[in-house]
Each structure stands twice: as C-alpha cells, then as structure tokens.
Design a protein around this ligand. Sequence first.
Ligand code: AMP
Ligand code: GLY
Length: 417
Amino acid sequence: MKILVVGKGGREHALIKTLHSSPSKPDLFCFPGSDSIFEIAGQTDATDLPTLIDWMVGEEVDLCIAGEESYLVKGEGLANLCAVNNIPCWGPNKNAAQLEASKNFAKEFMFRHDIPTGHSQLAHSYDQALAAINGQYPTVLKFDGLAAGKGVAVCPDADSAQAFLSEIFEEKRFGEGSLLVEEYLEGPEISIFAAVSGSQCFVFTPARDYKLIGEGDVGANTGGMGSVAGRKILDPELMEEIQEKIISTTITGMEQDNFSYRGFLYFGLMLTKDGPKVIEYNCRFGDPECQAVMPLVSGDFAKFCMGGAQGKLDSSLLEFSEDWSVCVILASHNYPAGSRSGDVIFGLDKLSDSTQLFHAGTRKNSAGEWETSGGRVLAVVAQGETRIEAVENAHKEASKITFDGAQRRTDIGILNF
Ligand code: AMP
Ligand code: GLY
C-alpha cells in the first residue's frame, strides 16, 4: 500500500511514525515533508497541489492522508481532486472543510443542528461589530477567513476590542472579510478527535493543549507548547454527554447536509458550567495533541485510515493504551515573536528508548547535525500509568535536549488539573 501524507510538522512526523509501525507495512511518502520525515518516507517532485495530484496518479498512490488542512480548501481542494482521480483520501472535501476554513460556516452549521456553542453575530463593518458587542466584555472576535491562526482575539475590554476592529476593518490586516462577534465562554478547554467516515465515527483519546508561550499560561499565543492525553482526562459521564450532545449531533448534521465527511475531525470544546460547548472545528488532528495521542495507539493505523477513506471505518484494527501521555515542545529563540534558525541541537542521543521524539522545525546541516529551522523545533513525548508519572518522564527527557535559545514550559501536564 502506497500512502502519501500531506504536511511537514511534528503532527505529520507522529502520523508517519505510526503508519510506519503498522503491520501492513505501507510504502510512505510525504509532501512537502522535512529532513526528519524523509528518514522514513520518500519524497515527491511536486511543488503545488496540481503537481502533487499528478505525482500521486503517476506513482499509483493508494491513499492520501491530509495531515494539515491548507490543501483541503486550496484550488479545487485536495480531497475533491483525489476523488476525480480515484485516489482514496483521508481528509474532507472542500465543502466540508469549510467547517474549519470559515468560522461563520461552522457557526451556521452548529445553529442549524442545535449543537451547543456560544451565541454569535456576523458583522460586516466596524460599527456593526461595535453594535453587536453591545458593551459586553470580555468578548471574542473572530475574522471569518484564513488568518494563519491570528484571526481570533479574546478582548477583555473596549480598548482591546476597538484595536482589533481597526486591524480588521481599517487596516484590513487579513484582507476583505467579515467578523464574528462571539459570546465569551469560560471553563477548561479540551480537544476531542474523531475519525469520521460518513455516518461512522470513532473517537480517539482526548487531549488538552497549552497554547501560550509562558509558564502558567501567560504571554503570546503559539502553535502549541505542549499537550497531555489520556482516556481519564474526562470522566465517563462528561464523555457521554459530549458524545450525545456534540459528536453525534455533528455527525448527523453532516449527513443531513450531505458533507460526505472523511478524515479526522477535531472538536475544540469549552467545558462551561452550562455543559460542553464547541469553540471550533478543525478538519485534521490537533498539533501538538497528535504527538501525545499517537504513541497511545497500536494496531494497523494504515489500514484503519485506508478503510475510513473508502467508507468503512474499522475500529477493531486499533487498540488504545490506558496510559497518560505528555508532549513537551522545545521552541526556537524568540518564538513566537520571531524565529531563529541554525542553532545546533544537542542531546538527541541521550533520550531513553521508550521516549518518542517528533521533529517540527529541524533540518540537517552540512556537517550532518540536526539544527533548528525556526518556530517550534521538537516534541518530546513520554507516557506513564498516571498523569504525574507521564509528566515526570516527559519533562526529564525534554531537559536532556539543548540548543541556544531553546524555550520549554515546565508546567505542561500539570497546569489546569
Ligand atoms: P480558535 O481559533 O477559534 O480555536 O480560538 C483560539 C482560542 O481562543 C481558543 O483555543 C480559545 O482559547 C479562545 N477562544 C475562542 N473562542 C472563544 C470563546 N467563545 N470564549 C472564550 N475563549 C475563546
Ligand atoms: N492544538 C491546536 C491546533 O491544532 O489547532
């Protein structure tokens, strides 16, 4: 079985390592990939979506897996083009992928199908937005379009809201577009991942991520500084409520709207005092949650994804450990404000055999050493029978790796419990 994975980060490295250890022993390829991924997956000669499709057709690829979301909505859409060329794709079509690409599309979907979420109003101008906020702070403002993760502002007061409204409507920082003014929801966040194939759905181990750069959840938003995963992160009654009120209603809603969804669906939830509510959908696995969840998965992940892409989800192909798993990110100097490359990484050979290492922003230099290539650099992941054990293992292992300017939070898996 030939499988092509789309993406290049730590999430894709984790997905590819899990595919690599599948008993069906697939031939793996990755686009655009990275030096570390290319140690276990082949390269393509593609440069964009059309040439990638040509490459897959030429190589008779059996399955395309969308690790990251961007190609799902680019051009005619990765999954749509795969369908035209009879290549099974584990990732949704362009219409369904709007659940992630358009905040307003997702909200309208949730309202239509009675899926618990915060109330919201769409605004097309600065004044409309201000009227929708109606003096209620904190408020949440979301640009309705692709904004490279920078389109959401949680505003505690009028000054911060007006500053963001100016960026959107006056400076047009993200180009033309409208804005959702959303109710501020309070509570711990949780990430739920489901493999979805039409009306079939199978939920993976839930996780929590840590988005802010600083210890104690302070400072700038990042792509994620770590994560913790474990079945016991949610008590069974709450998981049942999420299954019933959110996951099932979403699957039924997608069926009613003829989405033909195939792929991972990520529910970003806020556990409010009025029950769990959806903050957002993503049409992919979370990063860095994937890096914590994947080491808990055994069985034939490759066959599982292939089945899902062909409309037959077979959860008996997989087994999930009851352990906890903690992922600690090492980020480059000055991230996320800036990003430095070229710092040589030391200590990779000191990790214990039971630790998993996933590369996000690394490359091999001319001397054959691993060095940073900016942003988030590495994910160090370890497990334990208890959360505390997993925390201790992951942090001990992460501390063995050093490079100039490395940033690492020491409260991953500890804070918010
Ligand atoms: P999003 O891009 O929609 O995931 O939003 C980014 C982050 O903003 C989320 O992970 C939350 O921490 C926060 N956020 C988004 N929507 C809300 C909301 N309605 N209430 C409170 N915080 C929110
Ligand atoms: N963990 C956040 C994300 O993947 O968007």
